[in-house]
Design a protein around this ligand. Structure first.
Ligand code: PRT
Length: 106
């Protein structure tokens, strides 16, 4: 399931050394962190609106946009999808309440 995530992550890495005007990802890196964060916030808001509409196809489309832009954020920060998968795996089998309590201690 994560093969596509890995392929997209590899493309995002490659775009770090690309200056192609035609590259959406390269242009977003060039604009910097605040622009990336703005896109993440926009896509989150669009996801919320799609969910409120209840149109499943629209939800899938907007969540794909949201995942994609969070992946750009991760790449820009020197992280990748494997870091998130590792964190989710770590939480597996841990109840949400236990996790919440552990966070409060940190
Ligand atoms: N998966 C995506 C992908 N999903 C969404 N987008 C772009 O993300 C933007 C989403 O922004 P919006 O929904 O706000 O739409 P918009 O109004 O057109 O965008 P803005 O003008 O506001 O930026 C659009 O420009 C989409 O084209 C993507 N752009 C690229 N990819 C992947 O990234 C790869 C590299 O892309 P380039 O860097 O463009 O070569 C591609 O081969 C794809 O695999």
């Amino acid at each position: 399931m994560s093969e596509i995530l890995n392929r997209v992550a590899a493309t995002l890495e490659a775009r770090k050394i690309s200056t192609a005007d035609s590259s959406y990802v390269a242009s977003l890196y060039a604009k910097g962190l605040d622009s990336i964060l703005k896109k993440v916030a926009e896509e989150a808001a669009e996801t919320i609106m799609a969910a409120k509409d209840g149109d499943k196809q629209h939800i899938v489309y907007e969540v794909a946009d949201l995942w994609f832009h969070t992946m750009i954020l991760l790449a820009q920060q020197g992280l990748g999808p494997q870091d998130i998968l590792n964190e989710l795996a770590r939480r597996e089998g841990v109840s949400g309440h236990t996790e919440k309590a552990a966070r409060k201690e940190n």
